[in-house]
Design a protein. Structure first.
Length: 102
């Protein structure tokens, strides 16, 4: 069985310290089936990561940012992108097994 990781990448390099990210992620990491990971970096690193993922660059110091969720397969390729929706969790639950075997 493969491990599932949920990776959050901060776009607010000034405010989102490691402690702030850890506290925010603690809202989700309560013994579930997935491991939650938070990433942060310099502004140049964050901009490069957004560009590599074809995500619109955050503005206003990271306060105005994309709400997309990307689902990556075990091969490290983004398989699906989700826009913010009311049934996002159901869509991800459906697609996750498919991406795991891609």
């Amino acid at each position: 069985q493969r491990q599932t990781y949920v990776v959050f990448v901060s776009t607010d390099v000034t405010h989102d310290t490691a402690a702030v990210i850890a506290k925010w992620l603690s809202n989700f990491s309560s013994g579930g089936a997935a491991t939650f990971v938070g990433l942060r970096g310099t502004q140049a690193q964050v901009d490069a990561a957004q560009a590599a993922a074809h995500i619109t660059l955050a503005q206003d110091g990271g306060q105005t940012h994309s709400a997309r969720v990307l689902l990556y397969g075990a091969d490290d390729y983004a398989r699906v992108t989700y826009l913010q929706s009311t049934n996002e969790a159901q869509l991800i639950a459906h697609d996750l097994p498919l991406a795991a075997h891609a």
